[in-house]
Structure formats: structure tokens, C-alpha cells
Design a binder for this molecule. Structure first.
Ligand SMILES: Cc1cc2nc3c(=O)[nH]c(=O)nc-3n(C[C@H](O)[C@H](O)[C@H](O)COP(=O)(O)OP(=O)(O)OC[C@H]3O[C@@H](n4cnc5c(N)ncnc54)[C@H](O)[C@@H]3O)c2cc1C
Length: 447
């Protein structure tokens, strides 16, 4: 059975719901496909999102029910917990991803988008070198085709539509194991008496979030936020596949088994996050790629919610313009590509160079960076937001000199900072308009 739409969006996560809602609200006929039985199902982890994001992306703020508790204070500690950096009040708002995605999906539907949950996108329909629709399996298990001049791949990590396009288009790049982080974040009820005992014994802190960097390898995090009055503990484990031997789920279980006060799970889930460099071109004729599917994630720590919402805002403007002009080629969709890549994309690419540099350092080096104050509150927060780095090469060199004794490490760290800055500037010069020549020339010159 074939159906016709102005825009078909595959994946009702933050990117897909925001895009579908924005475009439908302007009167376009939008289909939103989601493989789960409802949007947000199985994805109820807490995401920390920079506070201004919802306003900047012009999407509804999370309702009070979709917000999560904020710790009174946050510290970053070294892997051996010997060194502690006190962080100023957090610029991030904790949000329950599953509940917020449900709210965004309701907003999209109220705006006129047609949501089909329980429908799995199988691939892009490609005709005459352009995407013209999506094939999907319905709730009844039958195969369907939805046709339309514009398609958006918002399927997250699997990138189902972009991965089905011809290799020559340059959009089908896989996400390798080393470019993935596995994360699990759950909130558990606690036995308050047992928790107080742990605090008295100095084995836990009350009301304070403790982020332990390098707990399971250099690119890993273990976060614990105990709130005795609130009656919960909020735990996150993030690890690269292989580096933690047991994966995020096994390590998470092991960590929870060591918390004598944690009694039962309240909510939480886990999944993979792509941390590779963002796709060089997130558009082709008839298709836009957004969010995790385009690897628009802060590579240094795997945060992608803000990017997904901001990309949706930019993409919505471009989609509406394409519909108005009745032109759907890459040249028209390039407006979104240019706006994202030369703005937020440049900052993501900067942090990708730093992420790659962590492959060359050890947990001991990371501990020293924290001990010597090279990794300080400014640097941590500029990475979290993310914003153009507080880390200028000269400052980096000075700090690295304080933190790293080995001249080789010092040189490596400074070079990584310089390369990151060069990369950021290169992305700022992303071609303003599409031509195969200008894009190829830009891509070849990526530092
Ligand atoms: C445990 C954990 C903690 C995290 N913490 C943070 C954080 O603190 N801050 C932050 O910014 N980010 C965080 N992230 C990452 C963040 O959740 C993602 O970057 C963000 O959700 C990306 O949004 P998206 O819309 O691009 O993709 P997704 O959220 O992955 O949504 C994709 C949607 O597409 C659907 N789908 C997939 N395949 C198909 C198909 N074939 N057909 C139809 N539908 C399909 C999925 O079911 C899903 O609903 C965390 C991730 C995890 C796993």
C-alpha cells in the first residue's frame, strides 16, 4: 500500500518529534514513524541538557513531571577518587528522556503530525539518485511504502535510512565499536537508614553528585548522586565497548551490588551512543539526517539531546522553504547542512579531536590532569555545554606543562589542542552553498 506525504520522519526521539511538530504546525502533511509501541518507551534515562536549549530550539520546555532532581553540588573526581574538582552550579537541566520525548510527540501530534507507533522503517526508497520515500513494516507486520518529496532520518544510532543509501553518496558510514559509548542510567529507591550509615562512614555523599572520570578506562564515567531526603540514588555508567570488559550493563550491575542502601529500581534504561565525528554531509537529494543518526553528539562525553533539538529547528526551516519552492535537491537542503556544520558542528568537531586524543593517554595521565588542575571547572563546563572552548592553545600549553611531566605527552596534548582549534575553524568555513567541487575540496582539507 502506498501513501503520500510532504515529509516522512523516521524515528520519534527528540530530533524526530521536534522536526515533525515544527513542520506540521506550519500546515505540511507529516508522517512520523516510530518502531516502539509509543515514543520514549524503553528510553527513560535522565539526560542533562544545557538550560537554554529548549528556548533556543523553540520546542516546549519539559513539564515539571519530566524534570529530574538537581543535586545541590557536583564534583569531578579522579579514577582513584584521590583528587576532587568542585564544580560551580550546573548549567545543565536534568530531564527524563522517556517522559520528555512522550511530551514532544504529543506536541507534534497536536500540531497535526500523524504518528504511527509500532512501525519500523526498513530503508529509503531511492529513485533516480534521490530519496523519494520510506519502506516500513506496520503493526500488522505487513510491508508499506510511504512516498514524499522529503524524508528525515531521525532513527538515532542505527541510522536506518542513511545506511540504506548508495555508498557513493557518502552518507552510509558505519559507527565502529571504538566510536561508540555504552551508557546506562537508572534511579533506585534507597533505604535511608543504610544510606546515612554509608555517609557517616565516609563512603557516600548526600545531596552531591560525584562524577568519577576514568573508572573503567580512559573514556569512561561513573556518576553517583545520592539524595537521602528525596529517597533515591541516581547512577550512570558510561564505557566504551571492550574497555570495561562487561559492558555498561554488567558494570552497572556490579556497581549497584556494591551500594548496600539501593533497594529497587524506580526508572532508567541504557543504550549505545555514537561518538564519532559528525557526518560531513547530513543531506542528499530528498533526505536530511539529524541527531544521533548524523552523529551530532558531543564526542567528549556522548551528549546528543541538545544537538538533536537544535538540528530539528534548523532542519524545519529548510524543509518549509523546500516545500514552498517545491524543490527538494541537495542544493536547497544545504541551508540546514551549512547552518549546523558551521555552527554547533564546528564545536562538536573540536571536541572530537580531543576525544581522539584520549586514545593516546592512560587513566594515570587523566588522574594527573585532574590532580594538577589542567582539567578545571571552566574546561569541564565548556565541554558540557558545549561552547567554543575555554581551552586556547597557549593556555593549554601552560596547563599541560603543569600537569604532564613527560615532554612527549606535553607535546601531544598541545598538538591536539592546536589541531582541535584548526579543525573548528575549518568547520566554521563549511561551504555556504552546495557544489560537488566545493564540498570535496572542503572535505579533503579537514585537518
Ligand atoms: C544512558 C544514556 C544517558 C544519556 N545521557 C545524556 C545526557 O546526559 N545528555 C545528553 O544530551 N544526551 C545524553 N544521552 C544521549 C541522548 O539520549 C541522545 O543523544 C538523544 O536521545 C538523541 O536523540 P535522537 O532523536 O537523535 O535519537 P534517539 O533518541 O536515539 O531516537 C531515535 C528514535 O528512533 C527510533 N527508531 C530507531 N530505529 C527505528 C526504525 N527503524 N524505525 C522507526 N523508528 C526507529 C527509536 O526507537 C527512537 O525512538 C544519553 C544516552 C544514554 C543511552
Amino acid at each position: 500500500m502506498k501513501e503520500s506525504w510532504d515529509l516522512i520522519v523516521a524515528g520519534a526521539g527528540p530530533a524526530g518529534c521536534a522536526l515533525a511538530g515544527k513542520v506540521a504546525r506550519r500546515g505540511a502533511k507529516v508522517l512520523l514513524l516510530e518502531k516502539e509501541q509509543e515514543p520514549g518507551l524503553g528510553r527513560d534515562w535522565v539526560v542533562d541538557v544545557a538550560r537554554g536549549t529548549f528556548e533556543d530550539a523553540e520546542v516546549p520546555e519539559p513539564s515539571p513531571a519530566a524534570r529530574w532532581n538537581e543535586p545541590a553540588s557536583t564534583v569531578l573526581v579522579s579514577s582513584d577518587t584521590a583528587h576532587v574538582i568542585e564544580l560551580p552550579p550546573s548549567p545543565l537541566l536534568p530531564v527524563r528522556n522517556g517522559l520528555y520525548v512522550g511530551e514532544l510527540a504529543d506536541w507534534a501530534v497536536a500540531g497535526g503530525a500523524r504518528l504511527r507507533a509500532g512501525c519500523t522503517a526498513k530503508g529509503a526508497v531511492v529513485e533516480r539518485d534521490a530519496v523519494r520515500g520510506v519502506t516500513f513494516s506496520g503493526r500488522d507486520g505487513k510491508e508499506y511504502t510511504a512516498e514524499g518529496p522529503l524524508v528525515a532520518d531521525c532513527t538515532g544510532m542505527p541510522g536506518v535510512l542513511r545506511r540504506s543509501t548508495p555508498g557513493a553518496w557518502g552518507m552510509a558510514a558505519p559507527v565502529g565499536e571504538t566510536e561508540t559509548v555504552l551508557a546506562r542510567r537508572e534511579v533506585w529507591k534507597i533505604d535511608r537508614k543504610a544510606a546515612r550509615k554509608e555517609v557517616e562512614a565516609g563512603r557516600a555523599s548526600d545531596g552531591r553528585r560525584v562524577d568519577r572520570a576514568g573508572a573503567y578506562g580512559v573514556y569512561s564515567i561513573q556518576t553517583c548522586y545520592l539524595d537521602i531526603k528525596g529517597g533515591f540514588v541516581d547512577v550512570l555508567v558510561g564505557v566504551k565497548p571492550g574497555s570495561g570488559r562487561k559492558g555498561a550493563d554488567g558494570l552497572f550491575e556490579e556497581y549497584m551490588a556494591g551500594l548496600p542502601y539501593a533497594t529497587e529500581k524506580i526508572f532508567g534504561d541504557g543504550g549505545p551512543i555514537p561518538i564519532r565525528r559528525l557526518l560531513s554531509s547530513p543531506v542528499c537529494d530528498g533526505m536530511l539526517v539529524l541527531g544521533d543518526s548524523a552523529c551530532q553528539v558531543v564526542p567528549a562525553h556522548g551528549s546528543g539531546t541538545a544537538s538533536a533539538l537544535l538540528a530539528a529547528d534548523l532542519a524545519a526551516g529548510t524543509v518549509l522553504e523546500a516545500l514552498r519552492r517545491d524543490e527538494y535537491g541537495r542544493a536547497v537542503l544545504w541551508e540546514y547542512a551549512h547552518a549546523f556544520m558551521s555552527g554547533r558542528g564546528a564545536v562538536l568537531a573540536y571536541y572530537d579531536v580531543l576525544r581522539l586524543h584520549t586514545d593516546n593517554i592512560t587513566v594515570r595521565d587523566l588522574d594527573r590532569l585532574i590532580e594538577k588542575g589542567v582539567l578545571d571547572a571552566d574546561l569541564v563546563y565548556s565541554g558540557l555545554l558545549p561552547e567554543p572552548p575555554a581551552l586556547r592553545p597557549s593556555r593549554l600549553a601552560r596547563q599541560a606543562y603543569r600537569g604532564l611531566a613527560s615532554p612527549l605527552q606535553l607535546i601531544g596534548f598541545s598538538l591536539a589542542g592546536l589541531k582541535a582549534e584548526r579543525t573548528r575553524r575549518h568547520y566554521r568555513r563549511y561551504p555556504e552553498s552546495w557544489s560537488p567541487e566545493s564540498f570535496a575540496s572542503w572535505e579533503q582539507r579537514i585537518p
